[in-house]
Design a protein around this ligand. Structure first.
Ligand SMILES: C[S@@+](CC[C@H](N)C(=O)[O-])C[C@H]1O[C@@H](n2cnc3c(N)ncnc32)[C@H](O)[C@@H]1O
Length: 656
C-alpha cells in the first residue's frame, strides 16, 4: 500500500500510535433557552430514569478529550462531519475584542484590540505544529481516526484546508477512510483578489481553499444541489415562450440514445418512427400534457422543458459562487477564520436530512451549528477557545427560533485525569495530593509549609491555600482556613487558589474574612496549569476573581423582581494599557449577562439574557421579571466579559 509516513507515526515496536481513548464524562454547565416547563419535564423524565429529550450541545474543550468522550454514546451515530481545523499560523486563536460604548452616542468610535491567544490555545497550536509538519500530521491523523469511528455507516465528512496542508491531509484521509471513499476534492474560491499578489510577488494569487469530501462507505446520504441558471444560460437555452402561459421553455430530444442495444422502445409517434427514451404510454401522456412537439421539419420529436420546473445547474467541485463574508455583512462576527453560512448550507443540505446529527469539533464562531440549527438538523460542536464558545453561544441565541441547547465541558474530570497522570502514587491519595499542592505552590512562586491541614504555603508573608481539583472552594473551606490561620497567629494575609469557587463565595467569604481581620484574595488556577509545556515556560498567571455587584428589588403587589447590575470589577490579564484607558465605565467590560430566575443548585438555566451585537452595542443593565407564585427563589446572574470569561452571582429573594 502507498502510505504517507511522518516522524512519530509509529512507536518503537513499529505499531501506529493511537489517539488517547479515555472517555471522561461531560458536565453540563449551562442550559440555554429552555422554558420553565421544559425544564420541569426534563427533570421529571430524568428522575424516572427515562431518556430525556435531545439537546444540541456546545462543548468547551480540546478535541483530544472531547472526541474519545463521545465514542461511548455516539460511535456510528453522526451523520455528517464538517471540520475546519487550524492550519494557518497562530491567527486561529487570536480574536479582536471590542471595547463597547458606554452610551449609544459613542457608537462611532469603538476601540478594539487583538486578544492574543491564551496559553492553552497556544499550546493547542504547539500540539499541532510544535514539531512542524510531523506533529501536525500526527495530530490530524488521530483526529480523523476518531471522527471516522463517530461517523454513521452512511455518513459523510468534509475537511476544509488549503494549499499549505491539503495535499498531505488527503493522503492521510485516503489511509483512514479508504481511497475508494473519496467523493470530491472541492475547490472553493474564497476571494477574488488577494493581498499576496502585490508588488514583488513571485507567485499567482492564492484565492482558493480545498474541501475534501469523504464518506464512510458508498451508500452515503446525498441530495443533489443546484445553482440557479445564469442569465446567459437562460438566454441561450430557454429561447422559446409558451403562447398560452408566457412561460419560457427549451426543447430536449426524446429519442433513445443507443437504440435497441440500450433497450429503448421502437415505435411511431406523430408520424415519426424511431427508438425513444419513453414507453409509448408515457409519450402519449406527455403529449396530452402538450409537452411533446413535432419539429418544424416534421422529422423529429422534442419535449418542452419549462424554466419554472428546472432545478438549475448541478453543482460541480468548483465552488466559485459562494462568496466570502463581506466586511459590512451582518453575518460577520469578528472571528478571523469565520466561514460563510452559505458554504455550510450547501454541505449540510447535500449530505444530511432534517433531524440528522451534524458534528464539528473546531466550532470557531459556530457557523456549522448555526446553519445546522436553521436547517433543522441536530448538532454538536466543540472548541478549545473560550472566546469561540462565547461567540457561538451569542450567535445561536441571535436566531429567534433556536431550540434549547446545552453548554458542556469536562471540568473536574479533565483535572482528575491530569492529576492521576501527572503525580506519582495515584493509589495513595494523600501523597498524590501533596505533590499536586507543591506543584501549584511552585507555579505560584510560594514556599510550602508543613504541619497544617488547610494552610499549604506562604508567599511574601501571605498564607496560601490550594483548592482541590475535584470540588469548588466552599464557604466551609474558607471558615476552616481562617480558623487555622487564627490558631497559627501572626498573619492576616491569605490567598486562596482554586479551580472553581462556590457561587456565593466571593462576597460572603470576604465578609467573613473582614470580620476576622483577614485580608483575603481569591485567585483562579488557570487551565494552562494542565499543560506541561506552558508550565515549563513558567508563564502561568493567577488572576483574582472578578467581583459583580447586583441589586434585587421585589415589588410585592405585582410580584415583580428588578435586577440591576451596579458594578463589575475585573483584573484583566493581557489587555493593553490604551485599551484600559478607553474603558470609562465598568459596564464596558461586560459583553453579555444572563439570569436563571429559579436556580436549583444544578446547572445554570439561562432564562433571559442581554448581550451586545453589532447593531445594538449597548447593554441593558436592568431587567424585570414577574413571578407567578409567591415563594423564596434563588437567582443566579452570569456575566461574560469582553474577553470571554464568566463571573456569577447568587441572590436569594422572597416573593411574598
Ligand atoms: C479555523 S477555526 C474554525 C472556524 C469556523 N469554521 C468558523 O466558521 O468560525 C479553527 C478553530 O479550531 C479551534 N481549535 C484549535 N485546536 C483545537 C483543539 N485541539 N480542540 C478544539 N478546538 C480547537 C480554534 O480555537 C478555532 O476556533
Amino acid at each position: 500500500m502507498t502510505e504517507l509516513t511522518w516522524q512519530g507515526k509509529y512507536d518503537k515496536n513499529g505499531k501506529k500510535k493511537a489517539p488517547l481513548r479515555i472517555a471522561l464524562p461531560f458536565q453540563t454547565i449551562e442550559t440555554v433557552n429552555e422554558s420553565a416547563q421544559e425544564r420541569i419535564r426534563t427533570l421529571d423524565l430524568f428522575a424516572q430514569g427515562k431518556p430525556t429529550e435531545w439537546r444540541n450541545r456546545l462543548i468547551w474543550g480540546d478535541k483530544k478529550y472531547v472526541l474519545p468522550a463521545f465514542l461511548p454514546e455516539f460511535a456510528g451515530k453522526v451523520n455528517l462531519i464538517y471540520i475546519d481545523p487550524p492550519f494557518d499560523t497562530g491567527a486561529d486563536f487570536s480574536f479582536t475584542a471590542k471595547i463597547p460604548p458606554h452610551n449609544p452616542t459613542e457608537k462611532a468610535n469603538m476601540t478594539s484590540f487583538v486578544k492574543q491567544p491564551s496559553i492553552i490555545e497556544q499550546k493547542a497550536y504547539r500540539d499541532t505544529w510544535g514539531k512542524g509538519l510531523d506533529s501536525y500530521l500526527q495530530w490530524f491523523y488521530e483526529t480523523v481516526l476518531l471522527l471516522r469511528e463517530l461517523l454513521a455507516e452512511d455518513g459523510s465528512i468534509y475537511v476544509h484546508l488549503d494549499w499549505h496542508i491539503g495535499h498531505y491531509a488527503k493522503a492521510v484521509l485516503d489511509e483512514v477512510f479508504g481511497y475508494e471513499n473519496v467523493r470530491n476534492d472541492i475547490t472553493w474560491k474564497r476571494s477574488h483578489a488577494h493581498g499576496d499578489t502585490g508588488q514583488g510577488a513571485t507567485h499567482f494569487g492564492r484565492v482558493t481553499d480545498m474541501i475534501l469530501f469523504y464518506t464512510k462507505n458508498d451508500n452515503q446520504k446525498w441530495n443533489s444541489q443546484y445553482r440557479p441558471y445564469t442569465p446567459e444560460i437562460i438566454n441561450r437555452d430557454y429561447k422559446y415562450i409558451d403562447e398560452k402561459t408566457g412561460q419560457k421553455y427549451r426543447l430536449m430530444p426524446v429519442d433513445g440514445p443507443g437504440g435497441s442495444t440500450k433497450g429503448n422502445p421502437y415505435y411511431e409517434f406523430l408520424g415519426v418512427k424511431g427508438y425513444w427514451r419513453y414507453s409509448k404510454k408515457s409519450m402519449q401522456e406527455l403529449y396530452e400534457k402538450e409537452e411533446i412537439v413535432l419539429s418544424s421539419t416534421g422529422k423529429s420529436l422534442n419535449r418542452k422543458r419549462y424554466l419554472k420546473d428546472a432545478k438549475g445547474t448541478p453543482i460541480t467541485d468548483l465552488w466559485d459562487d459562494v462568496n466570502r463574508i463581506s466586511p459590512t455583512s451582518s453575518e460577520r462576527l469578528n472571528y478571523p477564520t469565520q466561514k460563510p453560512e452559505s458554504l455550510l448550507e450547501r454541505i449540510i443540505k447535500a449530505s444530511s436530512n432534517e433531524g440528522d446529527l451534524v458534528f464539528d469539533c473546531f466550532c470557531g464562531s459556530g457557523t456549522t451549528a448555526a446553519v445546522a440549527e436553521k436547517l433543522n438538523r441536530r448538532w454538536i460542536t466543540c472548541d478549545l477557545g473560550r472566546f469561540a464558545i462565547h461567540t457561538a453561544r451569542k450567535r445561536l441565541l441571535s436566531n429567534p427560533d433556536v431550540k434549547p441547547f446545552i453548554v458542556q465541558n469536562l471540568g473536574k474530570y479533565e483535572r482528575q485525569h491530569w492529576m492521576n497522570h501527572e503525580f506519582n502514587n495515584p493509589q495513595d491519595r494523600l501523597i498524590q495530593e501533596k505533590s499536586y499542592r507543591n506543584f501549584i505552590l511552585n507555579l505560584y512562586h510560594a514556599d510550602k509549609i508543613d504541619g497544617y491541614t488547610w494552610l499549604h504555603g506562604v508567599k511574601k508573608g501571605r498564607m496560601v491555600h490550594i483548592g482541590s481539583v475535584d470540588a469548588p472552594v466552599s464557604l466551609g473551606d474558607v471558615r476552616a482556613i481562617i480558623q487555622e490561620l487564627w490558631k497559627k497567629g501572626g498573619n492576616n494575609g491569605l490567598d486562596i487558589l482554586g479551580w472553581e469557587f462556590a457561587f456565593e463565595l466571593n462576597e460572603t467569604a470576604k465578609q467573613l474574612a473582614a470580620e476576622n481581620k483577614v485580608d483575603l484574595k481569591f485567585k483562579k488556577i488557570p487551565r494552562e496549569v494542565l499543560d506541561k509545556r506552558a508550565v515549563e515556560q513558567g508563564d502561568i498567571s493567577f488572576f483574582e476573581l472578578a467581583a459583580l455587584d447586583v441589586s434585587a428589588k421585589v415589588h410585592k403587589k405585582t410580584q415583580r423582581l428588578t435586577l440591576t447590575l451596579n458594578n463589575f470589577i475585573i483584573q484583566p490579564d493581557d489587555v493593553p494599557k490604551d485599551v484600559m484607558q478607553a474603558i470609562t465605565h465598568w459596564s464596558q467590560w461586560i459583553d453579555y449577562w444572563a439570569v436563571d430566575f429559579n436556580y436549583h443548585d444544578d446547572t445554570f438555566h439561562n432564562e433571559w439574557q442581554s448581550y451586545r451585537t453589532k447593531k445594538a452595542p449597548v447593554l441593558e443593565l436592568s431587567i424585570a421579571h414577574y413571578y407567578q407564585q409567591k415563594s423564596k427563589y434563588t437567582v443566579l446572574v452570569k456575566v461574560i466579559d469582553i474577553l470571554g470569561n464568566d463571573t456569577t452571582k447568587l441572590l436569594d429573594i422572597v416573593v411574598a
